[in-house]
Design a protein around this ligand. Structure first.
Ligand code: NDP
Length: 247
């Protein structure tokens, strides 16, 4: 961690809503200047920024489509050029979508869209920021995966494949960069109450969750915040579940 007065930066992808917003607020509370990424929902992203400022924190909007390599390169390259002496110290790869359906009838765009957003998105965002972490010998990369990527869930072959791939990428990259004090971990939520799960039958699903309830985005954010802290320096390559006891 830096001891001088320079700003410390964190980037949260998909921070306009849900888990990403809660994570952005938590990291801002830890003193990070948070880059709030989102795809299209500018009003929600502005609200995230307003909430950060209301709690005395700092941040800025950095919209781009994580699934689009050139767009990510443009946005991140532009930011890095404008901040030549600075690096993003904490990266939370959180942006995500669900396009559920049985594989037999899955439209091509639902397969590629989900893989591009989660798996290619990880590559598009992580690669440009990794160098700064390695040079400074400090970094925290946290990938938001899913129970679906651990167990494989029917109706989510695309999503399970993307999250499973991201879990493997987490473990592989962790070993590449551990010597430089850069940790890479994954957080695997179960059912969390956000827009992404708004269409699910919560009353029925609750019965399958030992804790008997959906989780809240803030509970995920607390786990991410710990992994993003200095205290978590000896945890790397891990996948930590947060799902109310589903095994
Ligand atoms: P939400 O649907 O509430 O929010 C999704 C966020 O991702 C929004 O900020 C959205 O931006 C952004 N986003 C989507 N696509 C892109 C893209 N191509 N480029 C940049 N930003 C994008 O999702 P959750 O908060 O529920 O989910 C967050 C993460 O947690 C996801 O990776 C999801 O897979 C994972 N997860 C969620 C679970 C849950 O139960 N909710 C369970 C397990 C994992 P915009 O507002 O502009 O659309």
């Amino acid at each position: 961690m830096e001891t001088n007065q320079k700003r410390r930066y964190a980037l949260v992808t998909g921070a306009s809503r849900g888990i990403g917003r809660a994570v952005a607020l938590r990291l801002a509370g830890m003193g990070y200047h948070v880059l709030v990424n989102y795809l299209a929902n500018a009003a929600a992203a502005e609200e995230t920024l307003a909430l950060i400022r209301r709690q005395g924190g700092e941040g800025e909007l950095l919209p781009f489509d994580v699934a689009d390599r050139e767009a990510a390169e443009r946005a991140l390259g532009g930011w890095l050029e404008a901040h030549p002496d600075e690096a993003v110290e904490v990266l939370v790869n959180n942006a995500g979508i669900r396009r559920d359906g049985l594989l037999l009838w899955m439209p091509h765009e639902d397969w590629y869209g989900v893989l591009r957003t989660h798996l290619d998105g990880f590559f598009h965002v992580t690669q440009p920021l990794l160098k700064g972490m390695l040079v400074r010998k400090y970094g925290r990369i946290i990938n938001i995966v899913s129970l679906s990527g651990i167990k494989g869930l029917p109706g989510q072959v695309n999503y399970s494949a993307a999250k499973g791939g991201l879990i493997a990428a987490t473990r592989a990259l962790a070993q590449e960069v551990a010597k430089k004090q850069v940790t890479v971990n994954a957080v695997a939520p179960g059912f969390i109450r956000t827009d992404m799960t708004a269409d699910l039958d919560e009353a029925a699903l609750r019965r399958t969750i030992p804790a008997g309830r959906f989780g809240e985005p803030e509970e995920v954010a607390d786990l991410v915040a710990f992994l993003a802290s200095e205290k978590a320096s000896y945890i790397t390559g891990e996948v930590i579940s947060i799902n109310g006891g589903i095994l």
